[in-house]
Design a protein. Structure first.
Length: 231
């Protein structure tokens, strides 16, 4: 990891168990069911780190224990009502249950559909269900925090496009949670909105091949997760 130049708003996990799981996920011998499990487990581990740093505990009234003792309840700041999950279709869907399970209450899920055009490798948006409202700070419907989930950040173009869409929507802060990135992709994502974005990944590879695939990477993780190999 010492050879990787990491931006100040990027975080690459060094957890030994996560690195072992990432190694298993890389293998061509790992089938779809195990790949789904590994992505979920890695998303949990990266998510714990990301939300542990990006959220704060906040008192939220009182309740009674089974023995009748009163105690102060706790939620997060921002509250779940002010957080949105944004999976990048389609492989980002595999990370939603993990992040939802970490949060203390369900949060809205807003999907973004983006694919890379084959010749230019630039992102093309084909689906967007963000509820576009006024970006006025007095608008209570805007989340304080959006959490983008996508297993890979390869060239960084897709992550940047998603960040731009959310920034235009008016979110105050963005956390990107990913399984694997490249150095260049991580740098681009972090520079897109440096003061408003932090990026958390499980691992970081050097670069991509001529097709824009991470080396050694995970292959086409969407095809592996959804058994559409050879399409």
């Amino acid at each position: 990891m010492s050879s990787i130049n990491i931006p100040k708003n990027a975080h690459v996990s060094t957890h030994p168990c996560l690195q072992a799981k990432l190694s298993q996920l890389r293998s061509a011998k790992t089938g779809s069911r195990d790949a789904q499990t590994l992505v979920h487990e890695i998303a949990l581990m990266v998510g714990y780190e990301a939300l542990g740093a990006g959220l704060k505990a906040q008192e939220d009234g009182t309740d009674n224990s089974p023995l009748g003792y009163s105690y102060t309840t706790t939620t997060t700041s921002p509250s779940p009502a002010s957080i949105s999950l944004v999976p990048i279709l389609r492989s980002g869907l595999s990370m939603v249950p993990a992040l939802q399970s970490i949060l203390p209450a369900p949060v809205p899920v807003h999907h973004l559909g983006l694919y890379r055009e084959k010749s230019t490798l630039q992102p093309v948006e084909y689906y967007n269900n963000l509820p576009y409202h006024s970006t006025s700070s007095s608008n209570p419907s805007l989340p304080d925090l959006a959490i983008i989930v996508d297993p890979v950040i390869a060239t960084g173009a897709t992550a940047c496009a998603a960040i731009d869409s959310l920034k235009d929507w008016g979110v105050k802060r963005i956390i990107v949670v990913s399984v694997l990135a490249t150095e260049e992709g991580l740098r681009k994502a972090c520079e897109e909105w440096e003061e408003g974005v932090t990026v958390w990944v499980g691992g970081c590879d050097k670069d991509v091949d001529e097709k824009g695939m991470i080396k050694p990477g995970l292959g086409d993780i969407g095809d592996r997760l959804f058994l559409t190999l050879g399409k």
